[in-house]
Design a protein around this ligand. Structure first.
Ligand code: AMP
Ligand code: FES
Ligand code: ZN
Ligand code: ZN
Length: 314
């Protein structure tokens, strides 16, 4: 196996590019793919201050590393979700990464700062955990980015994530969601610009990137996400990818090139919804109180739920 660029010994094959790469040229490929996504979708400009949401997993730590290497001024934001040992160890990876590189990390802890955690919120509202979790994350990411005056909020969503969500939205023809499945959402009143610079890279590539760059990351999946339907869609797409390399890329980028505009513009200004400040927190909302404040109110009033350690099946 030889590197496509230098003909030296390769460390990874990427069937979608029909090529193999040595460590140096694979790392360069990752940077090139991020540059390409950033410029094609006008995600960032030189000098922009970026806040990257880091979970402790491979994607977001790799993203923090990549954007910093590319010369952007990037701070990290870690949200402690209170999901037992999983959250404790995720935070440890993020702090170690930031300390080793002298990077600035902002931490928000749901239990300490907001008075509840994800397991309690999920139980109190009878929502599936990922829904209570996603709602809290979006709200607190927006708030931190706005308070810190950042130009953009970046997340580590990769091609596998975006293609799986797209597949799910197409299967159910969720047209509202389809219109928002772009890798950039422009800033709006009370919302920061949101960017996904890893959309041209896969989960496997991000794991290889971390190994080659010596980045230690949380390998466990969130214990509350088991049975999440995105995981099933990822498996389906992985099967397709084996039979036809490039399928994930074609699905997602074909959609962006040829279909997303049919489902509403990036700013949704054809169909404006009146937003007013939430009575409790001031975030933009269509009702009196935003969904986060309603969730937080119910969760704070509930008995805290303790996560039982999972028994290992193997
Ligand atoms: P997920 O929704 O868990 O697939 O995560 C998607 C992205 O959200 C990650 O790549 C991170 O950028 C961000 N993220 C997830 N969990 C956290 C967290 N606890 N703190 C900060 N950012 C997070
Ligand atoms: Fe949100 Fe698992 S990380 S439910
Ligand atoms: Zn090479
Ligand atoms: Zn609110």
């Amino acid at each position: 196996m030889k590197c496509r660029v230098c003909r030296g010994p390769a460390v990874i094959d990427i069937r979608r590019h029909n090529a193999n790469f040595c460590a140096e040229h694979f790392l360069r490929l990752c940077r090139d793919q991020v540059e390409k996504a950033v410029s094609r979708f006008a995600m960032l400009q030189r000098g922009d201050r970026v806040l990257v949401a880091v979970s402790g997993g491979k994607d977001s730590l790799a993203l923090w590393d990549l954007l910093t290497e590319m010369g952007y001024e990037v701070d990290g934001l870690y949200l402690g979700l209170g999901i037992g040992d999983y959250s404790d160890s995720s935070g440890t990876y993020v702090r170690a990464f930031a300390e080793a590189r002298g990077l600035h990390l902002i931490e928000v802890d749901l239990r300490a700062d907001e008075g509840f955690d994800v397991p309690t919120a999920a139980a109190a509202t009878r929502r599936v955990p990922c829904s209570a979790c996603g709602l809290s994350k979006r709200h607190l990411f927006d708030r931190a980015a706005l308070e810190g005056g950042y130009d953009a909020l970046a997340t580590g969503h990769n091609l596998d994530d975006e293609a799986a969500v797209l597949l799910g939205n197409v299967v159910k023809w969720q047209t509202d969601y389809l219109g928002r499945q772009r890798p950039v959402l422009p800033a709006g009143d009370g919302f920061p610009r949101k960017i996904k610079p890893l959309v041209r890279l896969t989960e496997r590539e991000m794991a290889a990137y971390c190994v080659l760059r010596g980045i230690d990351y949380q390998v466990e999946e969130c214990p509350m996400a088991a049975g999440n339907r995105h995981l099933g869609h990822k498996e389906t797409l992985n099967d397709m990818e084996v039979r036809s390399p490039g399928a994930k890329h074609d699905l997602y980028f074909g959609f962006l090139d040829r279909a997303v505009d049919r489902f509403g513009s990036a700013t949704d200004d054809e169909d404006p919804v009146a937003l007013a400040p939430c009575a409790e927190c001031g975030a933009p909302t269509t009702g009196d109180t935003c969904a986060f404040c309603r969730l937080a109110g119910q969760a704070r009033a509930a008995e805290p739920v303790t996560l039982r350690p999972r028994r290992r099946s193997r």
